[in-house]
Ligand binder design. Structure first.
Ligand SMILES: [Zn+2]
Ligand SMILES: [Zn+2]
Length: 335
């Protein structure tokens, strides 16, 4: 089968991700083999290609927002899926099930957790395997390309929104307005939030206005009103003090990225005092995923998608790197 793999990490301009020929994987007991129809492009794929995240296996196939049809069901006494079912493969693909985090509903913090497109090959391939227990049944009303960005951008944004403690009808600031932020914005707006967006790039700003933001500014602009909650999606540490300073008393800032450049020194009075909370977001639980997919279906949340052909995976990554994508980039396959 055809696949794209991280041959050696490096700046995206040096083409670290290349097309390769791979054997079709065989599903182990409890796994399913999926024929990929669409795979969303995430900033984490870019971090892996460029070495900000060190790949955990040589020649790993990235891609962890995968929608496809089950082609083979591995041995399973009680299979969750049948051949032909449309499923989603997301970032989280394994946890131990027995540590104190797994047992307390926080499997996202499991020290033994594994990830699609990092520990195991992902979805920039014609076929991919996934443990059935970590796959999602996809809502029927969504096309594969529309559904793919929900599987990381959507789920992580949903968790970030929870972590940001947004009060009902509250003022939410989003720093960065890419794939995850523009899905999160739709959920927050549907729930009555007032939205303030700080981002570079006129296309992203236009999308924020179109979706209903109350105010849109440049990447590190000060929002015109104090914020109850904010989420930093951009992987830029210098935005942390900017966002903390924009919070109202008792406000909460959540950092949604898996990787971030250095955070500058914080000033206690300016950035933290008055009970401003600073929280991070780490992966997600399967429950987050199930809730987000149901909510997106019910609210009619739709990613703004730019599609690429399977031979354009490297171009999709470099467009993401240069900020040339507004909304979500998705690689589609004939299926
Ligand atoms: Zn665990
Ligand atoms: Zn991701």
């Amino acid at each position: 089968m055809r696949a794209w793999a991280v041959e050696r990490t490096g700046p995206i301009a040096t083409r670290p991700v290349v097309e390769v020929e791979r054997a079709v994987p065989t599903p182990l007991p409890g796994e399913v083999l999926v024929r990929v129809e669409a795979c969303g492009v995430c900033r984490t794929d870019l971090h892996l290609a460029e070495g900000d995240l060190v790949p955990r296996r040589p020649g790993v196939v990235p891609g962890h927002q995968v929608v496809g049809r089950v082609e083979v069901v591995g041995d399973d006494p009680a299979p969750r899926f049948a051949v032909g079912d449309r499923v989603g493969i997301a970032w989280l693909r394994g946890t131990c099930g027995s540590c104190r985090w797994c047992r307390s509903g926080r499997e996202n913090l499991c020290p033994a957790s594994t990830y699609t497109g990092w520990d195991a090959d992902g979805g920039f391939a014609e076929l991919a395997v996934v443990p059935a227990a970590y796959a999602y049944r996809m809502p029927a009303g969504l096309s594969p390309a529309d559904a793919a960005p929900l599987l990381c951008a959507g789920i992580i944004g949903y968790r970030a929104l929870h972590r940001a403690n947004l009060p009902p009808g509250g003022r939410l600031g989003l720093y960065g307005f890419g794939s995850s932020a523009h899905v999160t914005a739709q959920i927050a707006l549907a729930q009555g939030a007032e939205l303030y967006v700080m981002t570079r790039g006129e296309a992203a700003r236009a999308l924020a206005r179109e979706l209903g933001a109350a105010w849109v500014g440049d990447a590190s602009d000060r929002s015109p009103v104090p914020l109850d909650s904010a989420i930093v999606f951009a992987p830029a540490g210098p935005l942390v003090p900017v966002a903390l300073e924009a919070l109202d008393r008792g406000g909460t800032l959540a950092l949604a990225g898996i990787h971030m450049s250095d955070v500058p020194t914080l000033d206690y009075q300016r950035h933290l005092f008055l009970e401003r909370d600073l929280r991070t977001v780490t992966s997600n639980t399967r429950r987050d995923g199930e809730e987000l997919l149901a909510l997106a279906d019910r609210l009619g949340v739709r990613a703004h998608v730019r599609t690429y052909g399977f031979d354009e995976v490297d171009r999709a990554l470099s467009d993401l790197a240069t900020g040339d994508v507004s909304g979500s980039a998705v690689v589609t396959l004939p299926g």
